[in-house]
Design a protein around this ligand. Structure first.
Ligand code: FE2
Length: 295
């Protein structure tokens, strides 16, 4: 289908049906530009956005590549460390109160090799859990934090720093609305189980994250310029795989919320960013990147 054109209701239903069935869909050589990507994404719900800054308007596309705002490769250690957190399996924006359904990631520039995204099928992984584990986790809720996944990626953030900030709570097991299948909602932002000790929480969350991301549930998708991949964060995990940081990678993501548009005010990212800790690399990220090695 030509997704640069307005979608008919039939085509929109087709997109959703394929999305529900597969969790991840790939659109090659879309011909989309920024405006087209945003317009297409708006067919499926309310978009996440970054608040206006430095005289720039509100941003509806998130930078998921390695370029800075001037379009140059970003060699800031903080930026590299930040991006490392995306290379651990996660679900986008589980650290927000409103969950995200679809992420739509479009390749504008790609490295000569590398830089795929890996996706894990959390519904099949849930199906395969032992029955006693299903019963144990059925009613649990978990706290999520962006800063926890950044800490795992090598950023200098303490547990105190995480715990003094807002941590949205989401069900660990939920019913995927489009299919009625149960699925696991965890990943790298998933911090602890509500009401459980830290040790018990981490043992369970680490077990589930490892379970979902076993090779048998994972596919890897490569990008060429113009491709766009859509994934459903409510039934898949994903991570960025390695690439040579010295090569340009320009990836732009539109992100659709599960919930309908709020009736008034909508700036949850302003709060998140206003309360962000200063992110410093634990050890030099650049030292770990000698001679353009793989990130
Ligand atoms: Fe992501």
């Amino acid at each position: 289908m030509d997704i640069t054109q307005p979608l008919s209701d039939d085509l929109k239903r087709d997109v959703i049906a394929h999305q529900d069935r597969w969790g991840v869909t790939v659109y090659r050589a879309t011909g989309l530009d920024d405006e087209g990507q945003i317009r297409f994404a708006r067919n499926f719900g309310h978009l996440e956005s970054l608040p206006p800054k430095d005289g720039q308007p509100r941003q509806f596309l998130f930078n998921a590549g390695n370029l800075d705002k001037n379009g140059e490769i970003n060699w800031s250690e903080n930026a590299i460390t930040y991006r490392r957190g995306d290379m651990i399996f996660h679900t986008d924006s589980s650290f927000m109160d409103q969950r995200t359904s679809y992420s739509m990631l479009r390749a504008v520039e790609v490295p000569a090799s590398g830089g795929p995204t890996e996706f894990a099928d959390a519904r099949s992984a849930y199906d395969d859990l032992p029955q006693d584990m299903k019963e144990r986790i059925e009613h649990l809720e978990c706290e999520h934090s962006l800063w926890w996944s950044r800490a795992q990626g090598g950023a200098e953030i303490t547990r105190e720093g995480i715990e003094e900030r807002h941590r949205p709570v989401h069900r660990l097991v939920h019913v995927h609305a489009g299919t009625g299948r149960k699925t696991i909602y965890a990943g790298a932002h998933c911090y602890r189980v509500v009401g459980w000790t830290w040790e018990e929480s981490r043992a369970l969350i680490d077990y589930l994250n490892a379970h979902v991301t076993q090779e048998k549930y994972v596919i890897s998708i490569d990008y060429a310029v113009g491709d766009m991949v859509i994934w459903d964060n409510l039934c898949t995990f994903h991570r960025g795989a390695g690439f040579d940081w010295s090569q340009r990678r320009d990836m732009r993501r539109a992100t659709v919320r599960e919930a309908p548009a709020p009736s008034q005010g909508d700036d949850p990212f302003a709060d998140l960013l206003a309360n962000a800790p200063e992110i410093l690399p634990r050890t030099s990220a650049l030292e770990r990147l000698p001679n353009g090695s793989q990130l």
